[in-house]
Ligand binder design. Structure first.
Ligand code: UDX
Length: 436
């Protein structure tokens, strides 16, 4: 099928390449000429495992191309809209400028029977607002939210755990849903749940999923706060409650909390939208979720201060990690980088290393010292803090070896990802988050 994908960021670039890899003929469109130049050469403009390969294959096969020219969308059966919806600068709401602009610029190239499939995460009610403009061209608007995780984006796009399509009522909606089933034919053939809803439900599914995940993380981090004053161990607590299948162990990793381009902004936008709808109290708990999450960053910095006897002033602190999570170079709202900035603000000499995110971090926080090589970064440290659980630190960093590089064997485990026993056995003072 001929497809267009408007917006070639984390979502759109992966979607375009993934759709080409399952046999569609895809054009990716973005206003950023640098992004388009890189993608056209088959080079991923950001770090995402597996993307490089499917991009290069798609371009080599002729199934995939990229352009800044919106008229290239003409003739596609489905037009996916995957532009960003960042937080507005003066509040919590989502900024819909890019979604509105993308749809408006697409309108002249739409034809009868085509489908516009919104993938961006939007406040509930957005699709209903956009639909009349799309319908006037003879095309149909559907909302088809995306649940991909960075670091697993290719796999999550090609083989998602569910597909959701918000469609208009009646035959028009049924036809649109069956076209989307064809688009996602390999998933549909293997029995992946394909849930057809109205617009509002589809929009809400996305924000509800992210709100639930954020709440789960803040729940366990709240337990970490209680563990800190009682001497309990939050990781054992998580293991124990996680054995209850109704609760489950995933997303019960206590530490410095969540960040990234989605969870923080999505829960804020959800609160803002609920308030507009006169139902602010229904999701008032999301404010608490946000607050608990942000408190963990303070706590991590404070742990380093305590570990060094009350001050980090003029102390060498090595920060292991900058990305908001491993397998990503994304530093948007990264708790890791935030902790580093806080320590710098307290007068520490902060050295940061990360396997993928240094270039991005340096652009935003040039005041910090970045070192590519992990061992080089550890040299002469008075304390080490792990803030992104890359395998390079979690599995591959031997505490004996690390101990031979540093000045002070003090380690703060901001992700509760190290083997505390092994670090203590190697003479390190180990501090976890919510662990004795
Ligand atoms: C998230 C959702 O998972 C995805 O479905 C949605 O489409 C976009 O938002 P992503 O932002 O890629 O995906 O990251 P995710 O893996 O969900 O992690 C989010 C943050 O939570 C990271 O900072 C991570 O370190 C943190 N986290 C995750 C925890 O602090 N503890 C956990 O137990 C799990």
């Amino acid at each position: 099928m001929r497809l267009s994908v408007i917006g070639c960021g984390y979502l759109g670039a992966v979607h375009a390449a993934a759709m080409a890899s399952i046999g569609h003929e895809v054009v990716g469109i973005d206003v950023d000429p640098r992004k388009i130049a890189s993608l056209s050469k088959g080079e991923a403009p950001f770090f995402e495992p597996g993307l490089q390969e499917i991009l290069a294959d798609g371009i080599a096969s002729g199934n995939l191309r990229f352009t800044t020219d919106m008229s290239a969308a003409r003739g596609a059966k489905v037009h996916f809209v995957g532009v960003g919806t960042p937080q507005v600068k003066d509040g919590y709401a989502a900024d819909l400028t890019y979604v509105n602009a993308a749809v408006d610029e697409l309108l002249p190239y739409l034809a009868e029977g085509e489908i516009v499939a919104g993938k961006s995460t939007v406040p509930v009610g957005t699709a209903a607002g956009l639909a009349p403009r799309v319908t006037a061209t003879g095309a149909t608007l559907v909302w088809n939210p995306e649940f991909l995780r960075e670091g697993w984006a290719v796999q999550d796009t090609i083989d998602p755990d569910r597909l959701v399509a918000g469609v208009p009522a009646g035959e028009e909606g049924e036809t649109a849903a069956s076209v989307l089933r064809e688009v996602y034919h390999p998933s549909v053939a293997k029995g992946t749940p394909f849930i057809v809803t109205d617009y509002a439900t589809a929009e809400l599914v996305k924000v509800a999923a992210n709100a639930f995940l954020a709440t789960k993380i803040s729940f366990i981090n709240a337990m970490a706060e209680i563990a800190e004053v009682t001497g309990a161990d939050v990781t054992q607590l998580a293991d124990a409650i996680g054995h209850d299948a109704r609760i489950g162990r995933r997303f019960l990793g206590a530490g410095i909390g969540f960040g990234g381009g989605c969870l923080p902004k999505d829960i804020r936008a959800f609160s803002a939208r609920a308030e507009e709808l006169g139902r602010g109290e229904s999701v008032a708990f999301l404010r608490q979720v946000d607050e608990i999450n942000l408190r963990r960053r303070d706590r991590a910095a404070q742990l380093v201060v305590e570990a060094l006897g009350g001050s980090v002033f003029k102390k060498n602190i090595t920060v292991l990690g900058a990305a908001f999570k491993p397998h990503s170079d994304d530093i948007r709202d990264s708790p890791a980088l935030d902790v580093a900035v806080r320590l710098h603000g307290l007068g520490a000499w902060v050295t940061i290393t990360d396997p993928a995110a240094i270039a991005n971090a340096q652009r935003v926080h040039p005041q910090l010292n970045y070192v590519e090589d992990r061992d080089e970064a550890l040299r002469e440290a008075d304390a080490v803090i792990v803030v992104t659980e890359w395998d390079e630190y979690r599995r591959e960093l031997d505490p004996q070896h690390a101990g031979s590089l540093v000045r002070g064997k003090v380690v703060v485990d901001g992700r509760n990802c190290l083997d505390a026993g092994a670090w203590r056995a190697a003479d390190w003072e180990y501090f976890g988050m919510g662990r004795p």
